[in-house]
Design a protein around this ligand. Structure first.
Ligand code: SF4
Length: 460
């Protein structure tokens, strides 16, 4: 059975053209959904939105539609609710009086702000591809095991949502339904790939918002070990990347046993978030610095060549230079390959908003202080890379403004991400500082990823 590839679905999703649209029994406008799809996260695109791509060539202009599909990432680094209100206002003003607006996914969080402002609105927080498919007699539904031919990875999303409320996270002001996929269901999907496209199973990317809460809703406890054991049981799978969602503070012994046994894990991203237990407590994380160190040591013991990335934030409220030194000490004492050090992104709905905030200048100073501190004290032979992403043009720092700009410039094509990066490499006394100020497009950025990291991962 031939299935459309993700590139084909992506292309279909981009090809919105009212002049060539196919007649369909339901008059549906999916343009407001389509426009925001390209700014949404990878999971939403592959699990749901791209699965709905065949709808695009049936789309009619908004003014003629009986049904209008709408989506919005709602929150990425910052709160997008104002954009959602603006876009819904515009749709409401232009729609036929009888047309129904169907809000899909995270944008349904607007319900508590919108209240009864407009009539004829349906909210579908999850399984919206399936909902739209059933309602409009189209054959699509969510897919949780998806091969992405653009990067050659088989992506698996075993669980969606997270039950924690860390003080810096969008979880504190938006709801995403929590759902684990039963292990039998995941096995069925993997067996399908084994039967039809075994070569597509070589590289697996295991992804979640909180991987370590897998099973809480269906097994009554964290059973992430079942997912690791399942993946480990396929000879076709050669390499597993855990690139997002591993929570050190929610690691149990069964999971450690499975991780120790599984020699296919090639890389993992961990989220220490900050380097002092005082700040960890303030932001409500479930781990301590000692737990991070112990877990990294455990990984290295069983898998000496695993690539370990960590993500930390600079500029959390109340952060002092002694917190920065503790962070530097944590990064240097753990055997990691790369530390992603971005600034804390303030949102006034975060619980952390009650504290006085660190100014932008002070954040920059803290980052410099961290770099200099590591330069002064790093004495290992192994290369440690520190990466920081920042916007070149400060007028573009607002992600909302950036998205608006992208929409204006590239109405029906893939959005561009405008940001730059700075890398710092440390290796013993031989410190190389490299700036990537010239990187201005996603393509160039991806080239850099290729050179710096991806090749290293895939050639292991
Ligand atoms: S564990 Fe991760 S996803 Fe969950 S609330 Fe904390 S930061 Fe957010």
């Amino acid at each position: 059975m031939y299935k459309l590839t993700i590139s084909e679905k992506e292309k279909m999703m981009q090809d919105l053209d009212y002049k060539t649209h196919q007649e369909y029994k339901y008059k549906i406008c999916a343009e407001p959904l389509q426009r925001n799809t390209f700014q949404d996260c990878y999971r939403e695109q592959l699990v749901s939105f791209f699965q709905m791509a065949p709808l695009i060539n049936k789309t009619v202009p908004l003014e003629e539609a009986d049904y209008i599909l709408y989506s919005n990432p709602y929150a990425r680094v910052q709160d997008f609710s104002d954009s959602v209100l603006k876009e819904l206002d515009d749709i409401n003003a232009r729609r036929k009086s009888t047309a129904e607006i169907i809000i899909c996914g995270k944008a349904t969080n607007i319900k508590h702000i919108l209240k009864d402002k407009y009539e004829n609105i349906t909210y579908v927080p999850s399984h919206f591809a399936e909902y739209v498919g059933k309602r409009f007699e189209l054959d699509f539904k969510e897919e949780y095991v998806v091969y992405d031919d653009r990067n050659g990875f088989l992506n698996i999303w075993p669980v969606d949502g997270c039950l924690n409320k860390c003080g810096f996270c969008r979880r504190t002001f938006m709801d995403i339904p929590f759902e684990s996929q039963p292990i039998e269901f995941l096995k069925e999907k993997l067996d399908w790939y084994k039967e039809n496209y075994p070569e597509q199973m070589k590289y697996v990317s295991l992804r979640a918002e909180n991987l370590n809460q897998y099973g809480l809703d269906i097994d009554g406890e964290n059973t992430t070990y079942k997912v690791i054991d399942l993946l480990n049981s396929y000879d076709e799978i050669k390499y597993i990347s855990i690139g997002i969602g591993y929570s050190v503070g929610e690691t149990n012994e069964k999971l450690k046993e499975s991780l120790a046994k599984c020699n296919k894990i090639g890389d993992i991203v961990l989220y220490p978030e900050t380097g002092s237990d005082r700040l960890l407590k303030l932001i409500g994380k479930k781990h301590t610095c000692a737990m991070v160190k112990e877990f990294i040591k455990f990984l290295r013991t069983y898998h000496p060549n695993i690539v370990i990335w960590v993500a930390v934030m600079i500029g959390l409220p109340t952060e002092s230079l002694s917190d920065i030194e503790e962070l530097g000490n944590l990064l240097m004492s753990c055997d990691i390959d790369l530390a992603h050090c971005n600034y804390y992104g303030y949102v006034d709905k975060h619980p952390l908003a009650v504290y006085p905030q660190i100014s932008q200048n002070l954040k920059e100073y803290h980052l410099k202080y961290l770099i200099n501190y590591i330069k002064k004290h790093y004495n290992k032979e192994k290369i440690l890379t520190l990466r920081h992403e920042t916007f070149y043009d400060s007028s573009k720092r607002s992600v909302v403004r950036e998205l608006e700009q992208i929409k204006k410039e590239q109405k029906y094509t893939k959005g561009r991400i405008l940001y730059g990066e700075t890398y710092e490499y440390f290796c013993g006394d031989d410190i190389v500082v490299k700036s990537h100020q010239e990187i201005t497009s996603q393509d160039k950025l991806e080239e850099e990823y290729d050179k710096v990291v991806t090749k290293k991962l895939l050639t292991k």
